[in-house]
Design a protein around this ligand. Structure first.
Ligand code: NDP
Length: 391
């Protein structure tokens, strides 16, 4: 019996994880579930699974959670520290909080040892070195749930990186992959969150539309796999059937294929090193018929260039990129800035802020906070240089 924590249990990845866990009650026992403030969904999941603990990060939502769980066997808790405490004590912990808000809880899970599954890519982008050092200290096993990184994990001979010629990250290109820059100027939040292939939370859907998601994944791949960054490439693959590939020096290329459903990579991490059944239909290759590949376009999608530059420069640059992007995406979703301004705000924040490399978690948090403040100033002043970023 594996004990399970799900951080971000009410979100898209959290719900997919619960679906798999609930199908096998003899194999998995839920210890803790967390959310920000979606009390209804959190309490319902806690009651269904008989979770020991349910936690809301927003402490103002705790009274409602207590009411919802009154008379059940599930304890209720609230506040950011309580989320970190909930992250400990399980054999297997899913990190599926959105954004850098997941950093503290993921670090707590890693420091506790056990298996920590990372869907939540932003902490790895901002604090990759700190997270990997903590995992090395505690002996925690990190497994990637992001479909591309899970695909690479399945194809890569980790012990022999010298045998790898390239890692190829596939990208669907998002809903605007065929749009001109001019057409993208008027994109609305509703259009941006309507991904053609995947059903996901709002933030990652916007990241997919700007292709910042692929940029974050590039940095994530460089953190997770022992292959130099210049050997990690991005290829547009609009069908999202191949989730990524590893090209070996002898000319063999290994790919992982599967439906566009996060339950496949999550199931891989839940059962690893074993396998488990999932409710997904097998891929119908004849119906799919063809697989297309194209070059990704860093001119129409400047986020790709910004992420590559941040990765190459290292130090604080990825943390600044991520923090500015989180602020800009939230502003876009709130109709405060236009779609093209997201990458422009990120570029401007990177231009204005160049601190020394962060050495500790506190340093990363300081960089993150200052980059957020600068990005917010830029949004309030509407001073971003959109044209600089798109031409
Ligand atoms: P969602 O927006 O659907 O869910 C986010 C979860 O995080 C919710 O449970 C939410 O709680 C919780 N949350 C939000 N803010 C906070 C906070 N400040 N503190 C604590 N908890 C918080 O996101 P997704 O499931 O789409 O994505 C989660 C992560 O996984 C992201 O990092 C994303 O990039 C990554 N990912 C997602 C994929 C997908 O298919 N969705 C694929 C690959 C990676 P509440 O409901 O109460 O707001």
């Amino acid at each position: 019996m594996k004990t399970i924590n799900i951080l971000g249990a009410t979100g898209s990845v959290g719900t997919s994880t619960l679906d798999l866990v609930e199908r096998e009650p003899d194999r998995f026992r839920v210890r803790a579930l967390t959310a920000n403030c979606d009390v209804d969904r959190l309490a319902a999941a806690a009651i269904r699974t008989g979770a020991e603990l349910a936690v809301v990060a927003d402490a103002t939502c705790l009274p409602a959670l207590r009411d919802a769980l009154a008379g059940t066997g599930t304890r209720a808790a609230g506040g950011r520290q309580a989320v970190c405490e909930a992250a400990r004590g399980a054999d297997w912990t899913m990190g599926a909080i959105v954004g850098c808000a997941g950093l503290g809880p993921v670090m707590a899970a890693i420091e506790d040892g056990g298996t920590v599954v990372l869907a939540n890519k932003e902490p790895l982008v901002s604090a990759g070195e700190v997270i990997l050092a903590a995992a090395a200290r505690s002996g925690a096993t990190l497994l990637p749930a992001d479909s591309e990184h899970n695909a690479i994990f399945q194809c890569l001979e980790m012990a022999h990186p010298e045998r790898v010629r390239r890692i190829i990250l596939t990208a669907s290109g998002g809903p605007f992959r065929d749009w001109s820059t001019d057409a993208m100027r008027a994109v609305t939040p509703a259009q941006a969150v309507a991904h053609p292939n995947w059903s996901m939370g709002a933030k990652i859907s916007v990241d997919s539309a700007t292709m910042m998601n692929k940029g974050l994944e590039l940095i994530e791949a460089a953190r997770l796999f022992p292959v130099p960054a210049d050997r990690i490439e991005i290829v547009l693959h609009r069908q999202s059937v191949i989730h990524s590939m590893v090209d070996y020096v002898d000319g063999s290329m290994l790919a992982q294929l599967g439906p566009s459903d996060m339950r496949v990579p999550i199931a891989h991490t839940l059962a690893w090193p074993d396998r488990m059944t999932t409710p997904m239909e097998p891929l119908d290759l004849v119906r799919i018929g063809r697989l297309d590949f194209e070059e990704a376009d860093p001119v129409r999608f400047p986020a790709l260039r910004l992420a590559r530059e941040a990765l190459d420069a290292g130090g604080a640059r990825p943390a600044i990129l991520n923090a500015a992007n989180e602020i800009a995406v939230a502003a876009f979703l709130a109709n405060r800035i236009g779609f093209l301004e997201i990458a422009a705000i990120v570029a401007d924040t990177l231009d204005r802020f160049d601190p020394p490399p962060p050495g500790t978690l506190e340093d990363v948090l300081d960089v993150d906070a200052e980059a957020r403040r600068l990005a917010e100033d830029l949004i309030q002043g509407s001073g971003s240089r959109v044209e600089d970023c798109v031409v």
